[in-house]
Design a protein around this ligand. Sequence first.
Ligand code: SAH
Ligand code: SF4
Length: 454
Amino acid sequence: MKFLVHTYGCQMNVRDSEAVEALMLAAGYEKAADESEVDIVIVNSCTVRDMAERKAVGKCGNLIAAKEGRGKTVAPHVKVVGLMGCAVKRMGADVFKSLPKLDFAVGPRRFGVIPRLVERCLAGETRILELPDDNEVPTGMDAHVGGTSFQSYVTVLLGCDNRCSYCIVPDVRGHEYSRPAREVVAEVRALAARGVKEVCLLGQSVLRYGVRNAAWGPDDPPSPGGYTEAFPRLLEALNAIDGLARIRFTSAHPKGCTDELVCAYADFPKVCRHLHLPVQSGSDRVLKEMGRHYTRAEYLAAVAKLRAFDPEFAVTTDVIVGYPGETEGDFEATRSLMEEAGFDNAFVFKYSPRPGTRSAALPDDVPTEEKERRDQVLLADQQVRGQARNDRLVGTVREVLVEGPSLRNAARWSGRDSGNRIVVFEPSRPVRIGDLVQVRIREAHPQILIGELA
Ligand code: SAH
Ligand code: SF4
């Protein structure tokens, strides 16, 4: 029996899907090469914006049509269609109103049961619903697909307790839970022993690691460097793992940008000099409404702290345009904050009201065309800014972790520097995926650096 997992949404979902693949393989299923030979399809859904949810539900609808021999039968052998992830928790039993013929639906933090559900569905059951509670600790969280990948995600913090006004994540992913540090260290050690060079630690607000529940126990060895905060201490322990070359983490809240974190960047060479620090808005009024718990000045101070320690430190962000009541003045404040922060990259999202969130009670009063305009303005600004930030790197040598042939031009290879910048180069001597190479930068573009092996 052959299966596929389709993934929508964030890195957290990518990681959960990988765990499900590993559990399915361990249960004896095989991965299908494509839909033409697939028997079992699992769709991992996102619900952070309305459009994201529609895509996952639509995909399931198409597969169910294929199962019934209707529509364009892309998957002629499909027998079981399941939905997992955030949209399931949001919809609850209503998922079967949208998808009456769905075989199973499993919320986040419960994916460990999927192989067993597949078995039950193959035996004839259908419309099975599994909803996790908000404090559930998943089984199978450390399952990884073996193989040759040089990069891996590792979930360290589940859920979120921030409750930003617009965000549905806390409703669907539950309360914060930090995995015990010794579990995370063991997982990363096993990955490194298998050849993984780079790990990316995941959490919605990953710097809150160890805040709601202790991550380090009394039996754990004390921090050699005298670190007292749980997350920097985790970085210290991971930095000591042989074979591992790089440590990344995402996403961060400015409140977690402590002096100890900056020390950790300085002390631990494997920790990449990049932070994804979503700002959401540059207007103090909007930040307050959103319940972000920082001001524009506090945010900029966090960025300044990182750049004071390393001027090339890469800071990237998320911004929402068209939040309820966002005026032209609020928008201009976001624009100027982005310029002052000098972001290396930015993701802009058009506000989408999510049922049950605080801001869903407010009128969604910025017209769609105006959201679109604000989105385009910020993206155009970022192109100019990205070009200027990258121009400064022309002539320098960047250390690059090789990812493989470039997607646009297979004669060139591509990888990333410590700041997560994409670097493309001609492989003038043999290089392998997962190598660390030095590249002298010759040419800069807004999103990409081009150079040659030094
Ligand atoms: N936990 C992360 C963000 C997770 S959601 C953090 O706070 O850093 C990813 C991004 O989606 C957010 O940063 C935000 O910019 C965007 N987003 C969340 N809810 C949204 C909504 N209702 N409408 C539009 N964008 C939203
Ligand atoms: Fe959502 Fe805010 Fe939590 Fe991020 S920190 S997941 S935006 S509630």
